[in-house]
Design a protein around this ligand. Structure first.
Ligand code: ADP
Ligand code: ZN
Ligand code: ZN
Length: 747
C-alpha cells in the first residue's frame, strides 16, 4: 500500500495540518506530488480538495484508520502544482519545515484594505426620476432630493464622493438602496506602477554586442530550448535594454516574465523603464505593499491581467500560468538569499521554478557572483558577454590612495589630499559628488578613553552605536539608551564616540567646504515611507552638491551630473571575518565606479584605503572582473569554500546557555562519523562547534557547526539526518536548529 501526505485546501490556517491518505490501487498511476485530489474529510467525510505533498510506503499509524483518496481532479491548477513542487524542493534543498516553505511560495490570502471603490448606480429611468424628485420635494426629503438630482445627472457616482462632497448621510443612502432606486457596487482598483508621467522611452537600436546577446537568446527560445544564461555586461553596457527586448519576444510567444531586482535598486527610474515599454502589462511588487495589495497583484498575474512582474526576491513566486522567462538583475546581490527559513537563494530557486514551468533564466551582472561565473565556466550556464558601455561613455579614471601615506604627510583629515582637491574642483564646476563609507556597522561606538570601557547592549554581545548626539542604539536588537555622561566603570567624563560614521563625514565636510550643499543618507535621515526616495530625488534634481551615505547610495542609481565618487575607508568590509568579504568589496567598488560619469562628462573615482595592495581593491580600480575572479577562485579552492566546495551552516540558538552548549556538542558527535571518508570524493569536513561571531543576541545564545563537502547532495543528506536526530533526541524542545546552505554571511 502507498500513502499520500495531503494538505487540505490551501489557506494559511490549514497549512499546519498534513493528513495521510491511502492511495487506492487504481489511482496509483495518477497520484503524484503536487496533484489535486478529492478526499473525505472530517467526521462527516465531506468531500474536500487537497494537494499531494509526498508519497510514501508507510503510514505512521493504524492502517485501518486511514481513509482513501476518492479521485484525482483533472482540472488541476498547474501553477499551484508547480509552486507546491517548488516548495517541496526548497524544503529539501535548504532545510525548513514544509509549512515554512509553503508559506514562502504560496500567496498569503488577504483582503486588500481600502483599495475597493464603491459606486452608487441609478436604477430608475428618467421619467420615474423626475416624478420621484417632485415627490421628495413635496415631502421635504432634502437629502434624498440632492442625491437623486445628482444621480440623474451622472448615473454612477462614487460613494465616497456622495458622502463627502454632497454631504449625504448614510441613512439616506440606505433608505434609497432599500427602495431599489439606487444600487451599490464595488469595483476593485489595483495599485499600478507609475505610468504616463515621464514620456514613453523608445526602444534603443541594439548595438552589436546587445544584438549578439539577444540573438543567442532568441534563437534558443524560438527553438524551444530553455536554458540558464549569465549575462556578464559591464556597468552601462545596456543590460536593461537587452532585458526589455528579451521580454518582448517572450510576450509575443504568449508567455510571461518575472524580473527580479534588488529592493534597493527598485527605484522609480528602473520601474519607469519597464512600464514605459510595456505599459499596463507591468506591475511592481515591493515590500511597502500591504498583504492585501500584494495578493491583488498575484491574483492579477494568475488571471493573466499582467504579463510582467518586477520585484525583489519574493516576486519569484508570482503565479504566472505560462511563465517564459525569469530575469535576475544584479544577480550577485546578497539580498537574493533569504534570511529566514527556508534560506533559499533566488538564483537556484529561479532555475528550479523555470525548470518546472518550462522557462529560461537570465542572470545579469557587471560583477557576477563567483558562483555564477564558475558555473558558466563549467558550462552549466551559458555565458553572454558585453564589454563596452552602450551610450559610449568611458569608464571612469580610478585612483587608489594609501591613507598611511596621508598620515605620514601630516594630513589628519579623513579626506586625502587628492579627494580634497577633486571635491574642490567639482564644487567650482557645479558638478556633483558622492562620498560613501562602506558599511553600516561602521557607525561609531562609544568608549571611555581613560579605562577603555565600551558601552555594550545588555542583551547582545555588541557595542552600541551612536546615533545623533546622544542616542545609543543596538544594531542587532534595536535596544536604545541615552549616552552616559560619565563612564559607568570609572566615573571619568572622557567618554567619547569613536570611528567615522556618516555624520562625522558630514561634519568634517562642512568644515572643509562651508559653501557646499550636502545631503546625508543613512538610517537616521531616511525614516518614513518615502524618505529614501525623497533624498535621492532631491539629489537627482541637483539640490545638493555632495551626497554622503553608506553603500546604499551607490547601488542602482543613475545621476548624470555626478562626476566624482569617493570611497572612504574602502577596506572596511575586508575586516569582516567572512570568505565573501573580498567579493563584496570588489562588487561595491566596481558598482561605485559605475556611478561616476554616467552622463556625457567623464568621471573620476578615489578609493581611500589602508590596504592598497589587496587584490579586490587593485582589480576593482582596474575594473578587471576576470583578474579578480582568478585570484578569488585560487583562494576559495585553497580553503574549500563555495563554489569549489559546498558548505552547510548548522545554527543553534537557545535562551538556555547550557542547553545550546550540550546540544552543539551532541550534534557534532553525531555528524563526525559521516565525515570519515569511504571514498575521497564524498569526504565531508566538520568545523566546530564554535560560538557565533556574536554569541548572544537578544538574550539568546548562538552556536555553530559548519560542514563542507564537494557535493551539495551529501550536505542535504547530513541535513536530513540532523533533522531527524534533533526530533528523536528532543533537541528541538529547547534549542532551535537552522540550516543555511552556502551561507552569504558567517554567523
Ligand atoms: P546597465 O544596466 O548594463 O548598467 P543600462 O541598461 O542602464 O546599463 O544602460 C546604460 C545607458 O545606455 C542607458 O542610459 C541606456 O539608455 C543607454 N543605452 C542602452 N542601450 C543603448 C543603445 N543600444 N544605444 C544607445 N544607448 C543605449
Ligand atoms: Zn572609564
Ligand atoms: Zn541588542
Amino acid at each position: 500500500m502507498k500513502y499520500a501526505e495531503i494538505i487540505v485546501d490551501i489557506s494559511t490556517q490549514a497549512l499546519d495540518h498534513i493528513f495521510t491518505y491511502a492511495i487506492p490501487k487504481e489511482l496509483l498511476s495518477e497520484v503524484h506530488v503536487g496533484c489535486r485530489v478529492v478526499i473525505p474529510f472530517g467526521r462527516g467525510n465531506k468531500e474536500h480538495h487537497g494537494y499531494v505533498m509526498r508519497i510514501k510506503n508507510q503510514a505512521q499509524y493504524h492502517e485501518d484508520k486511514i481513509k482513501p483518496i476518492l479521485r484525482v481532479l483533472m482540472e488541476a491548477d498547474l501553477v499551484e502544482e508547480q509552486l507546491i513542487k517548488l516548495a517541496y524542493w526548497m524544503k529539501e534543498q535548504y532545510g525548513s519545515t514544509l509549512i515554512q516553505a509553503l508559506m514562502t511560495v504560496l500567496p498569503v490570502k488577504a483582503k486588500s484594505s481600502g483599495k475597493e471603490v464603491r459606486y452608487l448606480h441609478l436604477e430608475i429611468d428618467d421619467r420615474k426620476g423626475q416624478a420621484l424628485c417632485l415627490e421628495y420635494e413635496k415631502k421635504h426629503y432634502v437629502g434624498k432630493l440632492r442625491l437623486l438630482e445628482a444621480m440623474r445627472k451622472d448615473k454612477v457616482i462614487s460613494k465616497a464622493l456622495v458622502k463627502h462632497s454632497l454631504h449625504i448621510a448614510d441613512s439616506t443612502i440606505k433608505a434609497m438602496l432599500r427602495d431599489g432606486i439606487i444600487t451599490e457596487r464595488a469595483v476593485r482598483t489595483y495599485r499600478n506602477p507609475p505610468t504616463g508621467e515621464a514620456a514613453a522611452l523608445p526602444a534603443h537600436r541594439l548595438n552589436e554586442e546587445q544584438q549578439a546577446v539577444c540573438q543567442s537568446f532568441w534563437k534558443d527560445y524560438d527553438a524551444g530550448i530553455r536554458n540558464t544564461y549569465l549575462l556578464y555586461g559591464v556597468t552601462g553596457s545596456g543590460k536593461t535594454e537587452v532585458y526589455l527586448q528579451m521580454i518582448e519576444q517572450v510576450l509575443l510567444s504568449g508567455r510571461e516574465a518575472i524580473v527580479l531586482i534588488p529592493e534597493i535598486a527598485l527605484t522609480y527610474q528602473t520601474v519607469q523603464r519597464f512600464s514605459s515599454r510595456f505599459g499596463e502589462q507591468v506591475t511592481v511588487i515591493h515590500s511597502r505593499l500591504s498583504k492585501g495589495e500584494r495578493y491583488d497583484q498575484f491574483e492579477r498575474a494568475r488571471k493573466g491581467e499582467v504579463k510582467v512582474v518586477i520585484g525583489p526576491r519574493s516576486a519569484l513566486f508570482v503565479p504566472f500560468a505560462h511563465l517564459g522567462l525569469i530575469i535576475i538583475d544584479e544577480e550577485h546581490e546578497t539580498s537574493y538569499k533569504s534570511e529566514s527559513p527556508p534560506k533559499y537563494h533566488a538564483r537556484e530557486t529561479a532555475i528550479e521554478r523555470a525548470r518546472l514551468a518550462g522557462a529560461s533564466v537570465v542572470l545579469g551582472s557587471a560583477t557576477p557572483s563567483v558562483e555564477s561565473f564558475y558555473r558558466a565556466g563549467k558550462g552549466q550556464y551559458q555565458l553572454l558577454t558585453m564589454k563596452n558601455r552602450a551610450a559610449g561613455a568611458i569608464l571612469p579614471e580610478v585612483s587608489i590612495i594609501d591613507m598611511r601615506k596621508e598620515l605620514e604627510a601630516k594630513n589628519f583629515s579623513m579626506f586625502s589630499r587628492k579627494l580634497h582637491s577633486l571635491l574642490h574642483d567639482r564644487l567650482a564646476k557645479g558638478e556633483q559628488s558622492i562620498l560613501f563609507i562602506n558599511r553600516r556597522g561602521y557607525a561609531s561606538f562609544v568608549s571611555c578613553r581613560k579605562c577603555g570601557y565600551v558601552v555594550k547592549c545588555s542583551h547582545c554581545d555588541v557595542s552600541l552605536k551612536l546615533h545623533g548626539k546622544s542616542r545609543l542604539v543596538c544594531h542587532y536588537c534595536g535596544y536604545e539608551q541615552v549616552m552616559p555622561v560619565t563612564c559607568p566603570e570609572c566615573g571619568s567624563s572622557y567618554i567619547r564616540s569613536f570611528g567615522t560614521g556618516t555624520q562625522k563625514v558630514e561634519e568634517q565636510l562642512k568644515k572643509e567646504f562651508p559653501a557646499a550643499r550636502i545631503l546625508r543618507m543613512d538610517a537616521d535621515t531616511t525614516k518614513g515611507k518615502e524618505g529614501h526616495e525623497k533624498l535621492l530625488t532631491a539629489f537627482a534634481n541637483q539640490e545638493a552638491d555632495i551626497l554622503i551615505g553608506t553603500q546604499m547610495i551607490v547601488k542602482g542609481h543613475d545621476f548624470p551630473n555626478v562626476t566624482l565618487v569617493g570611497a572612504l575607508a574602502a577596506d572596511m568590509s575586508l575586516f569582516e571575518q567572512d570568505f565573501r568579504s573580498s567579493e563584496r568589496t570588489f562588487d561595491l567598488l566596481t558598482q561605485a565606479a559605475g556611478r561616476a560619469g554616467r552622463g556625457e562628462k567623464a568621471g573620476q573615482m578615489v578609493i581611500q584605503t589602508y590596504q592598497p595592495e589587496q587584490y579586490s581593491i587593485v582589480t576593482a580600480a582596474a575594473q578587471d572582473y576576470e583578474a579578480f575572479y582568478k585570484e578569488e577562485m585560487a583562494y576559495r579552492s585553497l580553503l574549500s569554500y563555495p563554489p569549489k566546495s559546498h558548505m552547510l551552516a548548522i545554527f543553534m540558538a537557545s535562551e538556555k546557555q547550557d542547553k545550546v552548549e550540550t546540544h552543539a556538542r551532541l550534534l557534532a558527535a553525531f555528524i563526525r562519523p559521516f565525515c570519515t571518508p569511504k571514498d575521497k570524493e564524498h569526504c565531508l569536513k566538520l568545523i566546530g562547534p564554535s560560538e557565533a561571531a556574536v554569541y548572544k543576541v537578544q538574550d539568546i545564545y548562538r552556536k555553530l557547526l559548519y560542514v563542507k563537502g564537494v557535493y551539495y547532495e551529501d550536505l542535504v543528506k547530513v541535513k536530513n539526518r540532523v533533522e531527524q536526530y534533533c526530533m528523536e533526541q528532543e533537541i528541538v524542545k529547547d534549542t532551535r536548529v537552522y540550516f543555511d546552505f552556502d551561507p552569504m554571511t558567517m554567523y
